[in-house]
Design a protein around this ligand. Structure first.
Ligand SMILES: Cc1ncc(COP(=O)(O)O)c(C=O)c1O
Length: 533
């Protein structure tokens, strides 16, 4: 038993996959992670039993070098891998999360006091747009590169380097395949934030002598909007397109905004707050036709406006093909598709070639576009997540659609004055609902055992209504009363039922205490009321 655990750790494979019989075996995270835990313990005990396990033992052993290698327990702290991982480090969070004097961590307190769902010891997670759990099969894929196969993928002189490089190239091929790209067109980054910065600033800077105009939308992710604002400060002109009440852009408005000097159009594929899917193919076509025509008028050999899309919420969720859709640059994030955090990619078209100025300079890795040592464990995980997402896209979509519909049916059959935000044909795993006449913060407070995102964004001192919901035309009250339900691959029917029942109960209770709700029940139109003070 020890021998088999040790050998599976040598290869690093098969730890979690043994716990995951198939894609249909949903909710296997717990059993898998306990499999990883027990394997970890086995590893450390096997280390301590092996002749070479102690760094202080004599070196007169005759064991061949290959067998002396200890696996992945740290040479300086052989038991390190057996140490249970704490949820939070009090010193790191001192002043933020720690209670003064008590030395206890606020996060631990909250988690401990949050009511537990009947079948688990954790609150229910319905926040799949923030991040997704790492699929156990992805963990399996990553393990060897965090243990024995730790070479630098840029080391060209030995086998450790070559095997890491192979892992990187395999990962690249899977990511490319997910979006119909050539592997050479994939540049690894730390995530979609970096990819968005790279694409937008990189293209703008490279072509600035010819073109200085960028088009984006008002509902992009902050990292796109802030990159554009930065360029404005440098003298670029940026058009922020409004959206319609359903969150979709108006293609005519986009066409009207195009100029001979438009260098880049950056429009996200799936919105992270409302799940709206923009008409990407139509935008790609418009830029190839009208955009190219206008660019020609600008002269000086200027190319058509390049089309960048932030696909962080789309990749692995809906079918994407960069050639079919006419996309020139695309941002991807691993942790939105059941891969590890800290890794993403930027697709950059090679034919016709898109040029950009790198934002990170150094050793010239990634074709000089993104210097820095690549992270083979993260890339192997990202690649596996992409491979699985492609393989199981239809299954996941059907599972998620069914649960999203069930959630809405449960809620709508028991509550009135619930608004659906966004477009009905959007990505189903992102359900944004407004529970009118209920104060959003109170709603979230009453739902402590469910992890959800609200229609408010926390800035330094206040809860601001979401700029995305405001762009749809929601007033502050409705935006504040909104919740986003993020449903994912591992969400269960039971969880959805529990959450919807809880929402119904809490909304009814809060409305019962609300004078506004009483007025609405009496048929008073609140818009006609003149408030004093
Ligand atoms: C649409 C969108 N773009 C970009 C990002 C940033 O991604 P990352 O966390 O990989 O930097 C997110 C994450 O929330 C997102 O939802």
């Amino acid at each position: 038993m020890l021998a088999s655990a040790t050998s599976s750790l040598r290869t690093g494979a098969g730890i979690a996959s043994k716990a995951v019989a198939s894609a249909t075996a949903r909710r296997t995270l717990t059993s898998s992670s306990s499999a990883v835990r027990s394997a970890t313990v086995a590893s450390s005990s096997s280390s301590s039993l092996s002749p070479s396990s102690s760094s202080t033992t004599s070196t007169t052993t005759t064991t061949p070098p290959q067998q002396q290698r200890r696996g992945y327990a740290s040479p300086t702290n052989p038991n390190s891998m057996a140490t249970p991982v704490e949820v939070a480090q009090p010193d790191v969070r001192a002043g933020v999360g720690s209670k003064q004097g008590s030395g206890k961590n606020l996060l631990n307190d909250i988690l401990a006091s949050a009511p537990k769902h009947a079948t688990s010891n954790r609150p229910i997670y319905l926040d799949a747009q923030s991040t997704t759990p790492v699929d156990p099969r992805v963990v399996d894929k990553m393990m060897p590169f965090m243990t024995n196969q730790y070479g630098n993928p840029h080391s060209r002189t030995h086998a450790y380097g070559w095997e890491s490089e192979q892992a990187v190239e395999d990962g690249r091929a899977h990511v490319a395949s997910l979006v119909g790209a050539d592997p050479k067109e994939i540049i690894f980054t730390s995530g979609a934030t970096e990819s968005n910065n790279m694409a937008i600033k990189g293209v703008a800077h490279f072509y600035k002598s010819k073109k200085n105009h960028i088009i984006t939308t008002q509902t992009e992710h902050k990292c796109v909007l802030d990159s554009c604002r930065r360029l404005q400060e440098e003298g670029f002109e940026v058009t922020y397109l409004p959206v319609q009440p359903n969150g979709l852009i108006d293609l005519q408005q986009l066409e009207d905004a195009l100029r001979p000097t438009t260098a880049l159009v950056s429009i996200m594929t799936v919105n992270n707050e409302i799940g709206v899917i923009q008409p990407i193919k139509e935008i790609g076509h418009l830029l190839k036709t009208k955009g190219a025509e206008l660019s020609k008028q600008g002269g000086r050999g200027a190319t058509k406006p390049f089309f960048h899309t932030d696909a962080a919420q789309a990749a692995g969720k809906i079918p994407l093909d960069v050639n079919e859709l006419g996309i020139d640059l695309m941002s991807l994030s691993s942790h939105k598709l059941y891969g590890p955090m800290g890794i993403g990619a930027c697709y950059i078209r090679r034919r016709p070639r898109v040029r950009l100025e790198p934002i990170i300079n150094g050793g010239g890795q990634e074709r000089g576009l993104r210097s820095g040592t690549l992270a083979p464990p993260l890339i192997a995980g990202f690649g596996e997540a992409a491979r699985l997402a492609k393989q199981e896209l239809a299954y996941d979509h059907a599972h998620i659609s069914r649960l999203a519909q069930r959630l809405q049916d449960n809620v709508n059959s028991q509550l009135t004055h619930v608004l659906f935000n966004g477009d009905r044909n959007g990505y189903p795993g992102c359900v944004n609902l407004t529970f009118q006449y209920v104060e959003g913060e109170s709603l979230l407070m009453a739902l402590k055992d469910v992890c959800l995102s609200s229609g408010s964004a926390c800035t330094s001192a206040s809860l601001e209504p979401s700029y995305v919901l405001r762009a749809l035309g929601l007033d502050d009250e409705n935006a504040h009363s909104s919740l986003r339900f993020g449903i994912g691959r591992f969400t269960t029917e039971e969880e959805v039922d529990y959450v919807s029942e809880k929402i119904v109960k809490v909304v009814n209770k809060l409305r019962d205490m609300s004078p506004l709700w009483e007025m609405v029940q009496e048929g008073i139109d609140l818009k006609t009321i003149e408030w004093s003070g």
